[in-house]
Design a protein around this ligand. Structure first.
Ligand code: SF4
Length: 380
């Protein structure tokens, strides 16, 4: 029997401390909830499993928040519930996000025993003053130790998250960050430009004019420097912010960018299945309460119609450096539906923001700088 392949996402909404730029669904000081939260996630998994017995999970991703703040025995319990409830492919990519400030040798060993095969480390910067300014709990040295530990335990697929455009950051700071990640031998780098999101401490400071932001030219210079440096070191630039050594592209995240189905468990987790998108209630305490009362944790659910699906396929596909295959879209959605975008596509080609290479529609080099404007054109 052929199984439909899916990704599984587990959200761990806890952190030691809230970083100044963070708008992710994560809360500090929730240690008392860890056990109840774990039990609730396991219950949600058990309940969903029977509806998805024909699915095969080929990627599992523990994200947050900071999954590594959770004691390893709870991660183990969730993995156990997953293995009992779902078919997990033998070569599935099983990832966990860790904060270098919360990771002991013992935890890494347990992850390895639980068959995790990919570790994503929140590195962000090699400059300790900048890390402090960002409200991070770790130091450059902790990142170095963290990579050594995960390598020692046998992990080969190691990703580092890096942020650029941090207030007060110089080109040298940024270059040292990328160089350290390379020196430590990571196989994947996610390189994000700092975004000031409403509701964060830095957003407020910026509104008051009290945040010394990096100017736009320098921020772009950092991005292009990283692209060249990482490419020179054998990394493939495969998504606008993501780079991987051959064979180390994030299989789980590729599902999001190629519009594949996934199931999310835990507070604030999103799912996309059978052309329906839904998400769970964000507050972990409320999430636990609902699950314990036998209620659904889903807070929002909406069908994704064909027009919306096509629009998303363009937007997500244009995040990928290889672009989106127009012929595949025509086959799936019909020529007429795809041709509705011709005028916009031609306009963007004329502006040299996108180009057509064979059947692949992709961002040009200048399109990388204006990707947001390109994506806007495909919103219906
Ligand atoms: S560690 Fe990550 S999720 Fe937690 S507060 Fe900082 S940026 Fe947000």
């Amino acid at each position: 029997m052929l199984h439909e392949t899916i990704g599984i996402y587990i959200h761990i909404p806890f952190c030691i401390k809230k970083c100044n730029y963070c708008d992710f669904p994560s809360l500090p000081g929730m240690d008392d909830c860890f056990e109840d939260y774990t039990n609730a996630v396991c219950r949600e998994i058990e309940k969903a499993a029977s509806d998805h017995s024909n699915k095969l999970a080929d990627s599992v991703f523990f994200g947050g928040g900071t999954p590594s703040v959770l004691p390893a025995r709870y991660i183990s319990k969730i993995i156990d519930a997953l293995s009992k409830g779902f078919k997990i492919s033998e070569n599935a990519e099983i990832s966990i996000e860790v904060n270098p400030g919360t990771i002991s040798q013992e935890k890494v060993m347990v992850y390895r025993e639980l068959d995790f095969n990919r570790i994503s480390i929140g590195f962000q910067s090699a400059n300790n003053s900048l890390l402090k300014l960002m409200g991070r709990i770790h130091t450059k040295e902790m990142f170095e130790e963290c990579v050594d530990r995960v390598k020692k335990c046998g992990f080969k697929n190691i990703s580092a998250d890096i942020i650029f455009g941090i207030p007060e950051q110089t080109m040298k700071d940024f270059q040292e960050t990328v160089e350290l990640a390379l020196q430590k031998g990571v196989t994947h780098v996610s390189c994000y430009s700092l975004k000031l999101e409403e509701g964060t401490r830095w957003y407020e400071l910026n509104e008051k004019g009290e945040l010394p932001l990096v100017n736009e030219d320098l921020e772009r210079e950092m991005y292009y420097w990283a692209i060249n440096r990482l490419k020179d070191s054998g990394f493939i630039h495969y998504e606008i912010s993501n780079f991987a050594k051959p064979g180390f592209q994030s299989q789980h995240n590729l599902k999001y960018w190629t519009d594949k189905p996934y199931l999310g468990f835990g507070a604030a987790a999103h799912s996309y299945m059978n052309n329906i998108r839904y998400s769970n209630i964000e507050n972990p305490v409320e999430y636990i309460k609902r699950i314990n009362e036998g209620k659904a944790a889903v807070d929002m659910s909406e069908p994704v119609g064909l027009d919306e699906k096509l629009s998303e396929r363009f937007i997500l596909g244009l995040r990928l450096i290889e672009g989106v295959n127009i012929k595949h879209l025509e086959k799936e959605f019909g020529n007429e539906a795809v041709q509705k975008y011709n005028e916009k596509i031609n306009m963007l080609i004329k502006k040299n923001l996108i180009c057509l290479e064979g059947d692949m529609l992709k961002l040009t080099n200048s399109g990388l700088d204006f990707a947001n404007l390109v994506w806007l054109e495909f919103i219906t």
